[in-house]
Design a binder for this molecule. Structure first.
Ligand code: C2E
Ligand code: CA
Ligand code: CA
Ligand code: CA
Length: 271
């Protein structure tokens, strides 16, 4: 009786109860969002040393009827926990490939690449490779302009499975960028095994670049590492001219960040 009494007390903890109710409501709302087409893709430019747009990263937004534009950090973790990330991720992939196919037919935009974020649960699906290839085929998007962004922690879950799937997609031309790079634990030996095309320097290093010599040292190390592995390197979260110059001096010439443009509707990217 004592045991159950204690459990009862825990169960009716009003704060916890409120959190659970809120979560369930959010989950139901997200299901509705998927069914009723409330999700949108925003695009953020990626620019080269000359300041030309070479591509974009697709970032999902939820245009909620009451809450307005909801940021992915507010619903991606929930989507991952509940499995909703699978239909959501498929929608993102399909929508991104549709845009990529459109660019391929537009003069001056044929070369643009599009980066798409992939979550661990998506990659672990047995038919992940087939899903990506199907999105490319159905939309007619060029595979070698599609870049999938993965994080280190995601790859460490099951490296062999990840490598197998990445290699299969790479054979079709799909590229891979290692997102948030520098925040994880990748060893050089491990990095060599991954069929990557790019390292993406995490924004925390970019933000501290001008004030913290250690951040500069890390950036320089990542650039050297990328060079020795034959990979491209891109910096994210570039907000100031000073950061951009600092990055260039240390060998990183491709950048993404508010300095060049915030994520926005595709028409904004082209202005
Ligand atoms: P991320 O992939 O690391 O994306 C970069 C985040 O930094 C984006 O936040 C972007 O808007 C923001 N950002 C870009 N430039 C700057 C800058 O100059 N300064 C600062 N302070 N921030 C900048 P966002 O769009 O809120 O996305 C947050 C995270 O949600 C992403 O982090 C990614 O992990 C996840 N996410 C977004 N879209 C998708 C998606 O379609 N699928 C999956 N699985 N995850 C997604
Ligand atoms: Ca990303
Ligand atoms: Ca990132
Ligand atoms: Ca991140």
């Amino acid at each position: 009786a004592k045991e159950s009494g204690r459990n009862t007390v825990r169960f009716f903890d009003p704060e916890m109860h409120a959190a659970v109710v809120q979560r369930v409501a959010l989950e139901q709302d997200l299901r509705t969002a998927l069914q009723e087409g409330q999700l949108r893709l925003f695009y953020q430019p990626q620019v080269d040393a000359q300041g030309r747009i070479v591509g974009a990263e697709a970032l999902v937004r939820w245009s909620h009827p009451r809450r307005g534009l909801v940021s992915p950090s507010a619903f991606i973790p929930l989507a991952e926990d509940t499995g909703l990330i699978l239909p959501l991720g498929q929608w993102v992939l399909q929508t991104a490939c549709t845009q990529l196919a459109r660019w391929a037919t537009e003069p001056g935009r044929e070369q643009l690449t599009l980066a798409v974020n992939i979550s661990g649960r998506q990659l672990r699906q047995t038919d992940f490779v087939a899903q990506v290839l199907q999105a490319l085929q159905q939309t007619g998007a060029p595979a070698h302009r599609l870049k999938l962004e993965l994080t280190e922690s995601l790859l460490l879950d099951d490296p062999e499975d990840a490598i197998t799937k990445m290699s299969a997609l790479k054979a079709h031309g799909v590229g891979f960028s290692l997102d948030d790079f520098g925040t994880g634990y990748s060893s050089l030996a491990y990095l060599r095994q991954l069929p990557l095309s790019q390292l993406k320097i995490d924004q925390s290093f970019v933000h501290n670049l001008v004030t913290d010599p250690r951040a500069t040292a890390i950036v320089r190390t990542i650039v050297t590492l990328a060079d020795s592995l034959g990979l491209n390197v891109i910096a994210e979260g570039v907000e100031t001219q000073e950061q951009r110059e600092h990055l260039a001096r240390n060998g990183c010439h491709t950048c993404q960040g508010y300095l060049y443009g915030r994520p926005g509707p595709v028409e904004e990217l082209m202005r």
